[in-house]
Design a protein around this ligand. Structure first.
Ligand SMILES: Cc1ncc(COP(=O)(O)O)c(C=O)c1O
Length: 322
C-alpha cells in the first residue's frame, strides 16, 4: 500500500450532541481522513490515473491546477508519490497554512489577487491556463469543467454513503465550488433512490444561489466572503443543478460558528465548509417532522484554519461573534 491507496473509504460518523432531534439521524462523512486532508484526493487521483491511461500525462511531466488549496494539496501529494512536478495557482485569500503545506510537499505555488475578475488575466484560473499552455509536457486537472470530477464522486463517495447507511439515507447536504461532490454523489444516490432529497448551501456572495432560483447569472450577487472552498463567481461545468432539489444561503458567521460548535460538541475539527454543511443540515432537520437520515460532508481539516476562524482574535477583528 502507498499513500494513494489510502484515498477514500472515509468514516461516516453520527452527530448526536449537536443534533438533539432523536427522530433524525445526522451523519457526517469525514473527508479529512484522506491522505492530503480533504475530499479532493478522490478527484485528483481519478483524473491523473485517467490522464496516464490516455497518455496525456507522461513520466517527468508537470501537473498544473488552479486551486483554493485543497485540490493543490491533493495534486502535490500525488505528484510527490508519482514523481511529477506540480505548479499550483491560488487566490491570495487562501490561508498561509495551506500555502505552506503545498510548498512542503514540493509544489511551486503562484498566488494571484482574490479580487481579479473571471475575465482578468490575473485571475487564478486564467493564470493556470496560461502556465499550462506555456509549460511543455504539462497536464491541467481542470477541476471546474472536467466531467471526471463528478464521476470520481459518482464512483466512490456516493457508493460509500449508500453502503455506510445501508441504503437508509434520505437527505444529502453539500455546498459546492466545482460542484463535483454534490453532483456526483447526488447522481449516484438518486439513481439508487429517486426520493433522496439534496440540499446545497451556498455562501452569500456566490452566484450559484441566484442561478439556481432564476436560471440567470446575476453579476450583482458576486461578493467577497471568507469561507474558503465553496461558492463561485462563474458556473462550473462540473456542477449539475438538475441534481439539486433545494439551495439555502449561509453567511460566514453561520459557517464559522457552526464549525466551532462542531469542534467543541462533537470533537470534529473541520473546515469552514464543513461548518456550512452542518449549519444547513441542522436547518433542514429543524423543518422535518418524520424520521430522516441526513448525510453531509466535512470536506477538509480545521488545522488549516487555526489562524483564522478558530482564532478568537481573528473572529472579533473581522466582525464575527464568538
Ligand atoms: C474546503 C472545501 N469544501 C468544499 C469544496 C467543494 O467541493 P466541490 O468542488 O466538489 O464542489 C471544496 C472545493 O474546493 C473545498 O476546498
Amino acid at each position: 500500500m502507498n499513500m494513494r491507496d489510502t484515498i477514500g473509504n472515509t468514516p461516516l460518523v453520527i452527530l448526536e450532541n449537536i443534533n438533539p432531534n432523536r427522530r433524525i439521524e445526522l451523519y457526517a462523512k469525514l473527508e479529512f481522513f484522506n491522505p492530503s486532508g480533504s475530499v479532493k484526493d478522490r478527484i485528483v487521483n481519478y483524473i491523473i490515473e485517467d490522464a496516464e491511461k490516455r497518455g496525456l500525462l507522461k513520466p517527468g511531466g508537470t501537473i498544473v491546477e488552479n486551486t483554493s488549496g485543497n485540490t493543490g494539496a491533493a495534486v502535490a501529494t500525488i505528484a510527490a508519490v508519482k514523481g511529477y512536478k506540480a505548479i499550483l495557482t491560488m487566490p491570495d485569500k487562501v490561508s498561509k497554512e495551506k500555502q505552506d503545506a503545498l510548498k512542503a510537499l514540493g509544489a511551486e505555488i503562484v498566488v494571484t489577487p482574490t479580487s481579479a475578475a473571471p475575465d482578468s488575466p490575473e485571475n487564478y484560473i486564467n493564470t493556470a491556463k496560461r502556465i499550462a499552455d506555456e509549460t511543455p509536457n504539462s497536464f491541467r486537472i481542470n477541476q471546474y469543467d472536467n466531467p471526471l470530477n463528478p464521476e470520481a464522486h459518482y464512483k466512490s463517495t456516493g457508493p460509500e454513503i449508500w453502503e455506510q447507511t445501508q441504503g437508509r439515507v434520505t437527505h444529502y447536504v453539500a455546498a459546492g465550488s466545482t460542484g463535483g461532490t454534490i453532483s456526483g454523489v447526488s447522481k449516484f444516490l438518486k439513481e439508487k433512490n429517486p426520493d433522496i432529497f439534496t440540499l446545497m448551501p451556498d455562501p452569500v456572495g456566490s452566484i450559484y444561489y441566484d442561478y439556481f432560483k432564476t436560471g440567470k447569472i446575476n453579476p450583482d450577487a458576486i461578493g467577497t466572503y471568507n469561507v474558503e472552498g465553496v461558492g463561485e463567481d462563474h458556473i462550473a461545468r462540473a456542477m449539475d443543478f438538475s441534481l439539486v432539489d433545494e439551495m439555502i444561503q449561509f453567511t460566514d458567521q453561520d459557517a464559522f460558528a457552526t464549525a466551532r460548535r462542531l469542534a467543541r460538541e462533537e470533537g470534529i475539527l473541520g473546515g469552514g465548509t464543513g461548518g456550512a454543511n452542518i449549519w444547513a443540515a441542522l436547518r433542514l432537520a429543524a423543518k422535518l417532522t418524520g424520521p430522516a437520515v441526513i448525510v453531509t460532508i466535512i470536506p477538509d481539516n480545521g488545522i488549516k484554519y487555526l489562524s483564522k476562524f478558530y482564532n478568537d482574535e481573528w473572529m472579533l477583528k473581522n466582525g464575527f461573534e464568538i
